[in-house]
Design a protein around this ligand. Structure first.
Ligand code: SD4
Length: 336
């Protein structure tokens, strides 16, 4: 990075933080953002107090499932698969698994990946009629010589390992698809709380080991064949058990161009806190792409259990759970 670029990033970063502080101080102590700043700052104490779960969007129930699983002694991968499968099975979550919104042809296609504390990873992309792609991704991690399986091949692999075919288009998603067609079938890149709840989950167990998983049906009414960031290691999810982990949500094309979660982990490796790393990665996106109205949200956890979250636009919530609490907070955002 040359001097001009460095100065640009520094001044932009200060803008971001100032804006966040104004937001924080402009609100009452009990507001979500104020609570968010508390969560983000007090996590060092938690490094000794047992498992932690950090998830994109409002996934408190899944967090509790993962936390309980770790408390019962389940492995990080088992805990992640159990918790994320719960969300995939829920028809009300229309960005993940069964009930996910379909592509432009009315077909539900799913993306998922998992990366564990040993740096092993597995991913399925563009998989169809498999209700729990996170489980398929885990099978790839554990039983395939490859990292990514896609489409028909991913489905064949899942079936060969005992998974079953399920029609994933729920009545609600079918209706929304028909409505979208009636209204002219225009693809939109909006991915915020109103219409998105892709799950990216980071788990840290009581030994301080970290793993993560991510699962989505991708952008609603996307082009046939489209794969987003969520199943791509380094884009939708990255884990380095020596340093920490990060996962992303929002418009995948932006995250793919920036390899945002790999970047967050590298920034943490260079000494940044998870919060500063998320902010700088968002800043890097803004500087590169002049984004105004598209959303990306990033969350991160480090080896001692500090957490961070930041987004481009307001309205990105994350769920944090430990032995003491389950909280859903709004992340600081670059734009108001
Ligand atoms: C994608 N990143 O496929 C996903 C979408 C998402 O909440 O995160 N939605 O681009």
């Amino acid at each position: 990075m040359d001097l001009a670029e460095t100065l640009f990033f520094k001044s932009e970063l200060m803008k971001f933080q100032r804006r966040s502080l104004i937001k924080l101080f402009g609100l009452s102590v009990l507001s979500p953002l104020a609570a968010s700043s508390c969560s983000l700052n007090r996590s060092k104490d938690l490094s000794v107090s047992g498992p932690q779960v950090l998830t994109t969007w409002n996934h408190g129930v899944a967090n509790k499932i993962a936390l309980d699983s770790m408390n019962e002694g389940m492995t990080l991968s088992d805990s992640l698969v159990k918790a994320i499968s719960h969300v995939e099975n829920d028809p009300k979550d229309q960005s993940v698994g069964y009930g996910g919104r379909p592509d432009e042809d009315g077909t539900v296609t799913l993306d998922a990946c998992i990366m564990d504390e040993n740096g092993e990873c597995g991913s399925v992309t563009y998989i169809q009629d498999i209700k729990n792609p996170i489980e398929a991704a885990r099978l790839v991690k554990d039983y395939s010589p490859h990292v990514i399986l896609s489409g028909a091949g991913a489905q064949k692999f899942a079936l060969a390992h005992g998974m079953q075919l399920t029609d994933l288009l729920s009545p609600e998603s079918r209706m929304q698809y028909q409505e979208w067609k009636r209204k002219g079938a225009k693809y939109k890149t909006e991915a915020n709380i109103e219409n998105h709840d892709t799950i990216g989950m980071l788990c840290r167990n009581k030994e301080g080991n970290i793993a993560g998983g991510c699962s989505t049906s991708g952008m609603a009414f996307k082009s046939a064949g489209r794969v987003g960031d969520s199943p791509i290691i380094g884009a939708g999810l990255y884990v380095d058990n020596r340093i920490g982990a990060s996962t992303a949500t929002g418009l995948g094309e932006i995250v793919l161009k920036n390899l945002s979660t790999f970047l967050v982990v590298e920034l943490m490796r260079n000494g940044k806190s998870p919060q500063d790393a998320c902010v700088e990665a968002i800043q890097r996106i803004i500087a590169s792409y002049k984004i105004k109205k598209d959303q990306v949200g990033l969350i991160a956890i480090n080896k001692v259990g500090e957490i961070g979250a930041a987004s481009i636009l307001p309205g990105f919530f994350y769920s944090y759970t430990d032995q003491k609490e389950i909280v859903v907070n709004e992340a600081v955002s670059y734009y108001d």
